[in-house]
Write a new protein. Sequence first.
Length: 94
Amino acid sequence: MARAHPVIRPGQDGSTQALDQAEQALVNGDFARCAALAGEVLGRDTLNVRAHLLRGAASNQLGHIERAVQDLAFVLERRPGENIAHFHLGQALR
């Protein structure tokens, strides 16, 4: 009898906690930590919109404009009404 694959529900892989920590790092101005934490989540889930948003915002602050634009464009392709992504993208492109 074949074994069923375990079902991983959102947050069970630690993504929610890691992204909460990334968001706090962003607020605290620790942009490198924010980008690293969001990048770890994206290593497990390349479609995580919140991780792209956080990494994009942090990347902009770190001067990694190309990465910031890529991440923020990814967010806006999936959530066009995400105002904070528009703001960060505008900051990156100025």
